[in-house]
Design a protein around this ligand. Structure first.
Ligand code: UDP
Ligand code: MG
Length: 330
């Protein structure tokens, strides 16, 4: 039995879209159906809406969005001036949606994030949670590689002390307070799935089976995925630097033993011409130096991007109620 402690909230469904012309109409129709049902059941308020963020698409996505917006009064659209990436597009959507909504749910425009569980997520909010994570109950639709690399990634993140909800991506419900707290975080290197747990509000999980993409192609090729994972780890943990330091200590103590050994050898008058040991040392130390520089470089790079404080996104066009709504805090 649902113990409802809050009144029906105004919900914003936020869809980041990059070259989603094949999916958009279908996705929106499906979401509208689900939303209408929830309004009928009095679980969300009338005036709940869908906000589509065009992340610099090069296909017909934006013109489809414009048509959808014209023909429906529950659809708002935002167009970013270029492709900023999935995470900045989500922040853009949250920034705009929270002007009008009490709660937000971010989900992919390709329907891989099963919209059937939206109702369950709203119920968890009504029970008193500020954040509701949608978690994949299995990874059956993933390739062997994606499944295992994801598992390794979560294990490593856990070991490095980064708090994350395993098998949760960016399909989540956030209340207005949680969104405002997230938007107050000043960082530029975005990794939302590790930033949101840092907020620390009461949260819960809802499980779902992630579907296969029905049309169009994934915008996360391997290279982008690896960059994203490296970014996530280096943005949230300084443990790699500490590990390097410890490794440096171990390596130098080995050199100490070598020196002592050489002295002893000299004293007993039996020195060997150590070509191989010399070469091994050079390569080993050279490699370690390079690794160290690489890791330090990563962090310096982060400092560089954070210090620049460039805006995360820039809205090129905005229509209807959103354009006239007062910004937060005014
Ligand atoms: N997306 C975006 N900007 C990008 C890449 C992706 O807004 O630069 C959107 C995309 O349209 C989709 C969501 O982010 O709604 C997830 O992308 P995708 O489905 O390609 O990722 P996958 O499900 O393959 O991990
Ligand atoms: Mg997808």
């Amino acid at each position: 039995m649902l113990t409802q402690v809050k009144k029906a909230p105004k919900l914003a469904l936020i869809l980041p879209a990059y070259n989603e012309e094949e999916m958009l109409n279908h996705t929106v129709a499906k979401l509208q159906g689900i939303k209408e049902n929830l309004i009928q059941e009095n679980r969300i308020a009338t005036g709940s809406f869908i906000l589509i963020v065009d992340d610099g698409s090069k296909d017909q996505t934006y013109s489809i969005m414009q048509t959808l917006e014209r023909e429906n009064n529950d659809i708002f659209i935002v167009k970013l001036s270029r492709n900023f990436g999935h995470q900045p597009a989500l922040i853009a959507g949250l920034t705009e949606a929270i002007k009008l909504a009490d709660i937000t749910i971010t989900l992919d425009a390709d329907l891989q994030d099963s919209p059937e569980i939206i109702g369950k997520m709203v119920d968890k909010y009504l029970e008193g949670n500020e954040i509701v994570y949608a978690v994949r109950s299995s990874r059956q639709t993933d390739t062997w590689f994606k499944k295992n690399s994801a598992m390794a990634f979560y294990k490593m993140a856990d070991w490095l002390g980064i708090e994350m909800v395993p098998n949760h991506a960016d399909f989540r419900l956030m209340s207005k307070v949680a969104v405002q707290a997230l938007l107050a975080m000043p960082e530029r290197n975005l990794f939302l799935r590790a930033m949101v747990p840092l907020l620390g509000y009461k949260s819960d999980k809802v499980y779902y089976e992630r579907a296969k993409r029905e049309a169009g192609t994934s915008k996360y090729p391997l290279k982008k995925m690896i960059n994203f994972a490296v970014d996530g780890i280096t943005s949230f943990s300084v443990k790699p630097i500490k590990l390097l330091f410890n490794l440096g200590l171990v390596v130098s103590s080995i050199a100490g033993i070598e020196i002592a050994y050489t002295i002893v050898e000299k004293l007993i008058g039996n020195p060997t011409a150590g070509w191989s040991s010399l070469m091994i040392s050079i390569w080993l130390l050279g490699g370690l130096n390079l690794m160290a520089i690489g890791v330090i470089g990563t962090y310096v790079g982060k400092v560089f991007t954070e210090v620049k404080s460039r805006p995360l996104f820039r809205i090129e066009a905005e229509t209807g109620v959103l354009a006239t709504a007062a910004p937060e805090g005014s």
